[in-house]
Design a binder for this molecule. Structure first.
Ligand SMILES: *[C@@H]1O[C@H](CO)[C@@H](O)[C@H](O)[C@H]1NC(C)=O
Ligand SMILES: *[C@@H]1O[C@H](CO)[C@@H](O)[C@H](O)[C@H]1NC(C)=O
Ligand SMILES: *[C@@H]1O[C@H](CO)[C@@H](O)[C@H](O)[C@H]1NC(C)=O
Ligand SMILES: *[C@@H]1O[C@H](CO)[C@@H](O)[C@H](O)[C@H]1NC(C)=O
Ligand SMILES: *[C@@H]1O[C@H](CO)[C@@H](O)[C@H](O)[C@H]1NC(C)=O
Ligand SMILES: *[C@@H]1O[C@H](CO)[C@@H](O)[C@H](O)[C@H]1NC(C)=O
Ligand SMILES: *[C@@H]1O[C@H](CO)[C@@H](O)[C@H](O)[C@H]1NC(C)=O
Ligand SMILES: *[C@@H]1O[C@H](CO)[C@@H](O)[C@H](O)[C@H]1NC(C)=O
Ligand SMILES: *[C@@H]1O[C@H](CO)[C@@H](O)[C@H](O)[C@H]1NC(C)=O
Length: 576
């Protein structure tokens, strides 16, 4: 299955040639002397004059770099023992910088309509009102960068041609994987034009950098995020049948696939067949410095480690976990540990990332079939067949009915519960191996999920470990809930469909109650994450206060109201 036949060699050579061009023009990760490296960053961040390390790196500069550096040196020279006080630092910041997010301005989406057709499909009047309110939040979350009056190097934004949806609160720029769920919500809201603009933004970023960065800031240039651009185009195409855009973007999707296969991959030995290897994907950022937007936290934690090598491993694993979007989770720690300093992302081959690549391979084969490119279609079908073997060989555990992450240091699966253990269902793997995934086997798999999927009032927890990290127990996140209920929907098991509807009902209810309970006091909150043990309560943990807004929560809520609005029941929040 793994051998290439001659029809596949040609497209690979063409792709590699294209890729070399992309790579040689790609810019190195950020070296900006204010926002990414250097003394100013170090001093300001370690002073902790702001609670949130992200605040400083989002503040535009009033003057060019040389003037700011000079003003900084003047302040240091004038201070006692060369150690500026927090008051001196605050005064330096006020004189030399503008407020965080100054250059990110509201933008009114031109395709927003007050009465989107989807609300008709929602039977419960309470949920219909909720759906309309969430739809209206696009107006609060739409932005564009306005760089008027700022010199080119004087801000950390990465400009893009079209307006975009932000996640909300401290996340006042675009993000890569968040946009997958935002685009699904926009499509439900009949805002295909805004969605199209966001796809073109990502295309422009890919052309500029040779990969899609984590988000719209220079300090994100050392990493990407879960590769969902192909899936975004797929959702957009399903809603619009915009063939022209598909044909325009397809070459970039091919190149993005090669970025992951060339730059973010590792050879893993088969656990079943001696001598067989698979080229699989991992999050692997190499860096010897703190993440600028979490500088104080990263630096302080690194000081507990005994050597430069250990610190570099730590910084690289932090940035790689940030690349996964799941920062942070005990999923990335040494199995059994809840101490962040044991983070070892760069030793882990995650099942969720490889599931996304599998879904992309199948989708790209389909896209090439549609445009009539037979050799590329054959290439991706072959890649998908290899990935399918790998998913069943390296990650699947037959006794436990789930797919575990694979750890390179021990050459073992991490056999602990994470919600991502069932993400392959979302790629439709059960339908690709119908002889293996019999109804009986799928039912056993569903029963294995029962305790985590059914026991909590507010959804399915991300893990079983209360580590204090935000991607752990008892917190739940829209994107991961989505992969689970969507995957369960794609099985033919009655039991799976029942469980999926049950999760969906609880998820919509906790979203609804979080909004309803705060409607009078705060205008109705949509949180970035929820606590599965309490209906309507936001999640906690992690390195910053809970955020509201919130792009992907809204996108998934709209998707659910649109698809299941006829069956979803309104539940009184006071009785839960
Ligand atoms: C910073 O955090 C502390 C403790 O969490 C809080 O008391 C303080 O009000 C916060 N300051 C700002 C400026 O948000
Ligand atoms: C700060 O002091 C150092 C050493 O005394 C000196 O070399 C430098 O020129 C001074 N910088 C400024 C901006 O005054
Ligand atoms: C949305 O924006 C409007 C206008 O600025 C504001 O009045 C409203 O409170 C915002 N709603 C939320 C939920 O942030
Ligand atoms: C950009 O911001 C400036 C003020 O900084 C404002 O005058 C201008 O109208 C804005 N442009 C757009 C396109 O919003
Ligand atoms: C991918 O790897 C190549 C070769 O190792 C490197 O030159 C290139 O900069 C990397 N591409 C990106 C976008 O980081
Ligand atoms: C991760 O990337 C670094 C630098 O490119 C490389 O040396 C290392 O081998 C990669 N890790 C794995 C497991 O492939
Ligand atoms: C985590 O590990 C670090 C480094 O070994 C250690 O300094 C720290 O005390 C540990 N933290 C906890 C909460 O155990
Ligand atoms: C198929 O796609 C490859 C890679 O984009 C391209 O080089 C080739 O010309 C295409 N073939 C056809 C028949 O369109
Ligand atoms: C499930 O049903 C779909 C059609 O709805 C079919 O294509 C697929 O093969 C079925 N899967 C299994 C495992 O029976």
């Amino acid at each position: 299955m793994a051998s290439l036949n001659s029809t596949m060699v040609f497209p690979i050579l063409v792709l590699l040639a294209t890729l070399m061009m992309v790579l040689t023009t790609a810019q190195p990760a950020c070296q900006h002397p204010i926002y990414c490296v250097g003394e100013v960053l170090h001093t300001v961040q370690l002073s902790r004059v702001f609670n949130d390390s992200k605040t400083f790196v989002d503040m535009p500069m009033r003057y060019p770099t040389q003037i700011i550096l000079n003003n900084f040196n003047l302040m240091v020279n004038a201070s006692h023992d060369g150690q500026p006080s927090n008051a001196e630092i605050m005064s330096f910041l006020a004189n030399n910088f503008l407020p965080a997010g100054y250059e990110v301005q509201r933008s009114v989406p031109t395709d927003w309509l007050p009465e989107p057709p989807f609300v008709e499909r929602v039977h419960s009047p309470e949920l219909r009102e909720f759906g309309l309110a969430v739809h209206t939040m696009w107006l609060n979350l739409s932005r564009h960068f306005n760089l008027t009056g700022l010199c080119e190097e004087c801000h950390s934004s990465i400009p893009v041609p079209n307006p975009f949806i932000i996640a909300g609160s401290r996340f006042h720029e675009y993000y890569y994987w968040d946009s997958f769920w935002m685009i699904q919500g926009l499509l439900v809201s009949d805002m295909a034009s805004t969605a199209r603009g966001m796809l073109l933004n990502f295309a422009s970023l890919f052309q500029r950098f040779g990969f899609v960065p984590n988000g719209g800031r220079l300090y994100f240039l050392d990493r990407s995020q879960p590769p969902l651009l192909t899936q975004m185009v797929s959702e957009y195409y399903a809603a619009t049948e915009d063939n022209a855009l598909l044909e325009q973007l397809l070459p970039l999707l091919d190149q993005e696939y090669q970025f992951w296969m060339v730059n973010q991959s590792v050879l893993v030995n088969s656990l079943v067949t001696p001598g067989k290897t698979y080229l699989l994907n991992m999050y692997n950022v190499t860096t010897s410095t703190p993440r600028p937007e979490s500088y104080a936290e990263d630096y302080t934690n690194a000081q507990t480690l005994p050597s430069i090598e250990r610190q570099t491993f730590f910084y690289s694993s932090l940035a790689s976990a940030a690349e996964s979007g799941m920062d942070f989770s005990s999923k990335w720690f040494e199995p059994g540990s809840i101490n962040l300093t044991t983070i070892q992302t760069i030793e882990i081959v995650p099942v969720d990332l490889n599931t996304m690549l599998y879904a992309n391979e199948k989708r790209l084969a389909e896209f090439h079939r549609m445009v009539g490119n037979v050799s590329m279609q054959a290439y991706y079908l072959n890649q998908a067949a290899i990935r399918l073997s790998a998913l069943m060989d390296v990650f699947w555990c037959e006794q436990d009915y789930q797919w575990y992450d694979f750890h390179l240091d021990t050459m073992k699966q991490n056999q602990q519960y994470y919600i991502t253990n069932w993400m392959p269902l979302w790629s439709g793997i059960q339908n690709d191996l119908p002889q293996y995934f019999t109804e009986q086997l799928v039912d056993s798999l569903v029963k294995t999920m029962f305790p985590m999927a059914m026991d909590y009032v507010g959804g399915m927890p991300t893990s079983a470990v209360a580590s204090g990290q935000q991607w752990d127990f008892p917190y739940a996140w829209s994107p991961l809930e989505y992969f689970i209920f969507d995957g369960l929907q794609q099985t033919n098991s009655t039991l799976a469909n029942f469980m999926s509807m049950d999760i969906i009902q609880r998820w919509v209810t906790t979203n609804y109650c979080g909004w309803k309970n705060t409607l009078v006091s705060q205008g109705g909150m949509m949180y970035e994450k929820y606590d599965v043990t309490q209906v309507g309560e936001p999640g906690g943990g992690g390195e910053y206060v809970v955020q509201d807004g919130f792009g992907w929560t809204n996108g998934v809520a709209l998707y659910l109201l649109n698809n299941f609005g006829e069956t979803l029941k309104f539940q009184d929040c006071n009785s839960l």
